[in-house]
Design a protein around this ligand. Structure first.
Ligand SMILES: Cc1cc2nc3c(=O)[nH]c(=O)nc-3n(C[C@H](O)[C@H](O)[C@H](O)COP(=O)(O)OP(=O)(O)OC[C@H]3O[C@@H](n4cnc5c(N)ncnc54)[C@H](O)[C@@H]3O)c2cc1C
Length: 296
């Protein structure tokens, strides 16, 4: 049963921040509610106040501005899935959101909620981590911008201060020779969290043969979505090949901070990473050689 709470509906972002600041730790922002309401129903969290931010128009939508893709924290997963900007310029995020939940969940759940819930198996978060996303936060002391990889403090926790909300996500529009892909392994085709998810983003030299830099992110059974930096090192500066992707998969499987749970024993999670990563890297490489060239 859903515990009792008091609901506030701020008219704008400033009012939302003021309310969250005043109510402090006993309050939580409510976006789509597909994580928060489920957790409240299951008794895993008990906020006394919910500040409903999902009506705040200024935090919705996807735009391209000054060489950046700017995604509002309240953009639903469905809006991202249907966005031409995301499909054409950030297909790694399209891969992730189009595999999440069901159409109903994607129509309600937001990308900001996926990030702020800080769950290790969050698909959108892992795809954005691989893409080098930066986050814009607004709180009572003003706004600040941080790299997504600095956003998580510990298991299920972020560095958001009291009263602070995530407003926007910033990404580079990409350059020729870049490309990314994301995939997750699940037993069922839909409505299942990832047993593991892998996102790979490659920067290649102009002819696409050599890897200038790579970012690899894992959605796992561990404490939080994480970079696989040893696997990235395996690719950096090297001539790309199937064999190299296999080596990167082995490196990522070795370094992943996975834990066992009833769905995914640790050795199975490592095995899945080893198998999945080369396939995802191959797709990222394909995009870097073809789609990346159309991006300006
Ligand atoms: C049936 C089902 C299937 C699902 N499948 C998947 C899946 O395949 N992959 C996956 O990754 N997830 C999945 N989810 C989880 C969920 O749908 C996503 O994580 C979704 O993106 C959460 O967004 P939301 O807007 O509903 O967040 P909410 O539930 O509203 O919020 C989540 C948390 O973030 C905080 N928050 C939200 N927005 C902000 C903000 N702008 N600033 C600060 N804090 C904020 C809230 O206070 C809360 O703590 C599934 C959930 C369900 C119920």
């Amino acid at each position: 049963m859903l515990p009792e709470f008091e609901l506030f509906e701020p008219r704008d972002l400033q009012e939302a921040v003021a309310l969250l600041t005043e109510l402090g730790k006993r309050a939580r922002p409510l976006a789509g509610g597909t994580d928060l309401i489920v957790e409240m129903r299951e008794g895993r969290t008990r906020p006394e106040y919910l500040v409903d931010i999902k009506g705040l128009e200024e935090l919705k939508g996807v735009t391209v501005s000054g060489g950046l893709i700017v995604i509002g924290a309240l953009a639903t997963l469905r809006v991202l899935e249907r966005s031409a900007i995301i499909r054409e310029r950030l297909p790694i995020l399209y891969d992730a959101v189009s595999q999440m939940g069901s159409v109903q969940i994607r129509s309600r759940g937001t990308i900001g909620g996926n990030l702020c819930n800080a769950h290790a198996s969050a698909d959108g978060t892992a795809a954005l981590l691989a893409s080098g996303a930066r986050l814009r936060l607004l709180g009572p002391k003003g706004s600040r911008e941080i790299a997504l990889e600095d956003f998580f403090s510990s298991t299920h926790k972020t560095v958001l201060n009291a009263g602070e909300v995530l407003t926007h996500i910033h990404l580079s529009t990409g350059s020729p020779g870049t490309g990314g892909a994301y995939s997750k392994y699940t037993v069922r085709k839909a409505m299942e969290p990832a047993l593991v998810g892998v996102g790979v983003f490659l920067h290649t030299e102009q002819d696409g043969a050599v890897c200038r830099a790579a970012r690899i992110a894992l959605a796992t059974t561990g404490p939080r979505p994480e970079r696989a930096v040893r696997a990235e090192e395996t690719l950096r500066g090297q001539r790309l090949s199937e064999e190299l992707f296999t080596r990167a998969g082995e490196a990522a499987a070795g370094e992943a901070n996975v834990g066992s749970n009833w769905r995914t024993p640790e050795d199975y999670a490592r095995h899945l990473i080893k198998v999945l990563l080369p396939e995802v890297a191959r797709r990222a490489w394909e995009r870097a050689r073809h789609e990346g060239r159309n991006i300006s």
